[in-house]
Design a binder for this molecule. Sequence first.
Ligand SMILES: *Cc1c(COP(=O)(O)O)cnc(C)c1O
Length: 411
Amino acid sequence: MSAERFTGSFTQQEPIPEAGIAAALAVLRHGRLHRYNEAPGEVSETALLEEEFAALTGAKYCLAVASGGYALGCALRAAGLVPGEPVLTNAFTLAPVPGAIAAAGGRPVFVEVTEDLTLDFADLEAKTKATGARLLMLSHMRGHLCDMEALVQLCDRLGVILIEDCAHTMGAAWKGVASGRQGVVGCYSMQTYKHMNSGEGGFLISDNAEVMARAILLSGSYMLYGKHRAAPGPEVFAALRMDTPNVSGRMDNLRAAILRPQLPSLGERVARWAVLYQTLETGLQNTPGLRLVARPAEETYVGSSFQFLLPGWSDARIGLFLNRCIARGVELKWFGADEPVAFTSRYDHWRYAEAQSLPQTDRILKGLIDMRLPLTFSPQDVALIARIIRAEAESVGQGPEPAAIAAPRVE
Ligand SMILES: *Cc1c(COP(=O)(O)O)cnc(C)c1O
């Protein structure tokens, strides 16, 4: 019998809902794409989107911007980052996070991650004390939430301001509280591979009036901040408007029109992701040599990606395993590769940040495998993917030590 092969695409997302296409065409037809370009009596798609996302998350205020990375940098500046200041962040994250810190003038200080792929609290405390950092940009990388109640308490005790990068946790929650609501600011991305898709886009949410007013001014609102609806009143802006630079990064009405119809179905999509994730998890349970990441009961996660560990495997063995999987149509990414590949890179590849030593994170990332789970996959697709990974992990894991080979380069 020939080996099973998977033929689906790991990068193919679902189409934009018809309502979003119709709304986008309406914007194109009237031509008022700029968020502050409104006909008399009209409220822009962007202002409505912000109101609706604030309502969805329970936040007082919301600002839509041009990208997730822009949201992160804007949040740091709005929270008072001064140039040269250290900013704590997890060592396991994606390039836009340290990039946003550096672009805002901060110095990334990496904090170790645990075997569960969440922030190591002991190292957070040690790094805070060693650097005197006041800001933590916590990336909920690949959707893994740490104990958010314990983290908020720790941040309060250390006097650290928490900003959340929720690029992978839009729709997730800790003990029922929406991800992004524990920090002073929560930031999201609507880039194609995230949980809502407008190609590019980002949100900031906050309950803090001054921080949000600064973010709105920073985003490039000129003196039109009065057109925002999910925003603090004009008195809050009065004290800040002449002292806050305009760093254009606005959302436009075309993207907002595409996004608005995606909000009501977020819960339904999160439920479908859970089925895919759990199908894969079940299919990989008790595979020798392969460790799954436990998900705490307090966490409502969004299974838009899946991670597992191959602890103690040599680079050559992992390379052979990845090659065998890709030969059968299963595209896996590896955080242990020496060279950065496509979206996957590691803290020691970000050379603009000071060189730092994180032995625990090094050990974990060395065996960390990652994959996307787009909603265009069916549960049957995912069950097939699990059978392929399981068979190759068993065969390569228990086979002889292979000669060194290059890992595949996947997008
Ligand atoms: C995608 C992503 C962002 C934001 O990226 P943009 O491409 O700028 O929208 C931030 N953090 C993480 C972890 C991400 O994956």
